[in-house]
Each structure stands twice: as C-alpha cells, then as structure tokens.
Ligand binder design. Structure first.
Ligand code: CA
Length: 430
C-alpha cells in the first residue's frame, strides 16, 4: 500500500482558506466573556481578549462599529459581543479571530451597575442599615448551622433586582462566607431544598428513577465554591440544553424561537378528577380591574351521570365594558405556543343567556388585542362551531393559528348585569 498516495498535502494558503471557510459557516455569533488586555488604538479601533475561566480569544472592534458604543469597555467587564470569526490569509495568526460588530454589557453587568447607582442614590445611611441587616442574617445562618438546623436555598425568582439563576449561585458563596462548607452549601441548594418543599422523592439528589434536571460543573465546587459558576452543561428532564443557541436567542431582538407544541383535538371535557383540563392545564379566571370590579364564580357542574361541565356565573361591574373571562392556557403554564393550523374551527357544547365572545391570544401580540369571535347560547345545550375564519383582530398575521397561547370565554354585557355560561366538550375541529 502506498501511504504517500493517501496523504493530502495543503499549501499554507489552502489550509488558511479552509479554516476561513469553516469559520464563515458559523455566521454571526454571540460570545459572552470578560474583557482583558483592552487597548484603544490611536486609529480608533479597539483590541482586547474575551475570556472565561478556561479559555480566551482575541478580538477587535473596528472604529466604524465602536463609535456607537453606549458604554466604556474596560478590563474585567463582562460583555456580550456579536460578530464573526475570521482569519486574514496574509497575516494568519496576527489578526484577532473575533471581529465584533456589536458590544454590550452582559445583563448581569448592567444589573450590577444599576444596583451600584441605586446604592449611591440611597446614600450612606441606607447602605449602613443594609450592611447591618446583612451581617445579622449572616450570623443567623452561622447560629442555625451550629444548632444543627437544616439550611435550604430558596428560589430567587420574583426577587427584585436579582439576576435570576446566577443570584442562587451567588447565594451559595454567601452561605460559605457565613460558615458553611462548600459541600454543605451545595447540599443546601439541592437535597435540602427538595426536602424543604417535599419533592425529594423525585428531585434533589442523583439517583436512578429521579428527574434528571442536572447542572454539570467543571471543577471541584465541593471544595471551592467559586467553581460552581463554571457551568459545563445543563440537562433538563435528561435532555442536554443547547446553551449557545439559548444565549443567541436571549440576545436576539426578535421573539424567542420557542418550540411549538402540536395542538390536541380535545381541550377539555371536564371529566379529569384533578380538575385540570385534558392536557393537564389549569383554567384561569380574569375580571376587569378597579374599585367596582366584576365578580366571577365558576365550578364543575353535572350534565348527566358521569358527565361534567364548567359552569360560570358573573356579576358585571358598574362601568363601561365590564368583563369576566375564563381562560384555558393551551400548554402548561401558557408559555409554549401551540400549533392548531391543522384544524379549522373551535368547537364546544354550550348553554347560557345570550351573546358571548371567544378570545384567542397569539404569541407576539399584546394580550390586550386578542382575536375575537362572537356566539350565542340559550337555555338548551347546543354545539357551537366557530371556524378560524370568523376570528377578527387588527393586523392579524395569516399564520396566527400556528402560534396560539390560550383560549378564553368572555361573559360581557351591560354594567351591573348578571350572566351565566356553561360549557362542555371543548376542542378543535379538523
Ligand atoms: Ca363533560
């Protein structure tokens, strides 16, 4: 066998071009990292490196791009850079591979700066009081640990001025500063948290049969808690999360490309013992706001033996256009859009006392401008079919049925009036 015949030999130019082509294929990318070796050249171009705990890459932001920067980049600042990776053939390894067109402070950096500005505004007395309170909390943690108390880390969601997710990691560091060992801090945020909210049967520890929501960290956070931030990979329900794609989606200006779910034909027949809809969602009520607001009462009712319905009564407020609504999110939590484009109509059985509206919320549209269609209901049960073509709304995109978030039944009417509505067998029709 002639080994030499199989050996492909590149010229320097060819291989450099090959690298360039591979990099071009990546297209526009976003990179998050910390600025180091920052230099502003007399030409106006910016040169720096972006680094994290394990790697760094050289970058440049040319004058025509950086004149629009709304902040002063400096060493140690965490930023998001948008640009292309490239190589300039005549000077291969001398040119920075990352050519940044856009530079912006990372969300965490922006929040830290806003908080620092707020602390300055609050003045010294405010920050002294805050420090004293923080010191008390730190001592309490140490006392609880010494007393054998079990310490659990709660959620940071809903806490104003915290960067959700990262704030929890930061809390682990604070627990260690308060006297916990790094391992105890990790247990506080995993096994102990799960026990505290009684979900330890399927969460909190790694074991066969438990839900695989796993954060893989590069390093030894049980010895050095700082390393808990070196996130290597994230699994949700056993599936690897594509973090690059997620970061790019978060950084993009448009709506996030959330995966759509296929709509199911049957939405709710009101027979589930849990009280949830057929797909597991919870119905949500809404009434207008204000001093005199509409009241809405709703419950399961019985249509026949083994056949239940949803029965609603409303007493409408004395105001213009009072309204009470019952809303069914089409996916759990109403977050993921649902694709109902394979269907042609909404169908349901209904009884009532007059005219009503069905509203549909579409992703990317304000909830204040839902699609609407009217229907009538009398004292006897009847089936109502509302073709998608009957829904009306301003600037309606033709593909709206691909992006549905929820369906709502609205009980409206004259100020101060009383309405009722009973529905069953709600679904989509092919
Ligand atoms: Ca039923």
């Amino acid at each position: 066998m002639d080994l030499f015949a199989q050996r492909k030999i590149y010229t320097v130019y060819d291989i450099t071009s090959e690298i360039k082509r591979s990099l071009d294929k990546l297209g526009i990318i976003w990179i998050q990292g910390e600025i180091s070796n920052f230099k502003r050249h007399t030409s106006g171009h910016l040169y720096f490196s972006l680094k994290d705990s394990r790697a760094q890459i050289k970058a440049a932001c040319f004058k025509n791009n950086n004149i629009y920067l709304k902040f002063r980049p400096e060493d140690g600042m965490e930023v998001l850079a948008r640009g292309r990776l490239s190589v300039y053939e005549p000077r291969g390894d001398e040119t920075p591979p990352l050519l940044a067109e856009v530079l912006e402070p990372s969300a965490r950096e922006a929040l830290a700066r806003r908080n620092a500005a707020a602390a300055t505004r609050a003045g010294d007395s405010g920050s002294v009081a805050r420090q004293r309170r923080f010191e008390t909390m730190r001592r309490n943690v140490a006392l609880m640990r010494a007393g054998g108390g079990r310490i659990a880390v709660g959620t940071d969601a809903g806490m104003a001025n915290t960067f959700h997710g990262w704030a929890t990691l930061h809390e682990l560091k604070l627990l260690v500063a308060a006297g916990l060992t790094p391992l105890e801090a990790l247990v506080a945020a995993t096994g102990n948290s799960a026990k505290a909210v009684r979900v330890d049967h399927d969460r909190g520890t790694l074991a066969a049969g438990k839900i695989a929501d796993i954060l893989v960290v590069a390093g030894r956070p049980h010895e050095r808690i700082d390393e808990v931030e070196n996130i290597h990979s994230v699994y949700i329900g056993g599936r690897l999360v594509d973090r690059q794609q997620l970061k790019a989606a978060i950084a993009s200006a448009g709506p996030h490309p959330l995966a759509r779910q296929a709509a199911s034909e049957r939405l709710d027949d009101f027979e589930q013992e849990s009280g949830r809809a057929t797909g597991g969602q919870l119905w949500v009520d809404y009434t207008d706001n204000g001093h005199d607001r509409s009241r809405l009462m709703w419950t399961r009712s019985r249509r026949a033996a083994n056949d239940q319905t949803l029965l609603a009564f409303a007493r409408l407020a004395v105001k213009d256009q009072p309204a009470a609504r019952l809303t069914l999110p089409l996916s759990g939590g109403g977050l993921l859009p649902v694709d109902a484009s394979g269907f042609r109509a909404l169908v349901f059985d209904v009884r009532g006392d007059g005219a009503y509206r069905v509203l549909m919320a579409v992703r990317g549209r304000s909830q204040a401008m839902p699609l609407a269609a009217g229907f009538d209901a009398g004292p006897e049960w009847r089936q109502v079919v509302i073709p998608f073509s009957e829904y009306r709304g301003d600037q309606l995109p033709s593909s709206w049925a691909k992006d549905l978030l929820n369906v709502a039944f609205e009980l409206g009417g004259p100020a101060g009036s009383r309405r009722w509505l009973e529905i069953d067998n709600l679904g989509f029709l092919r």
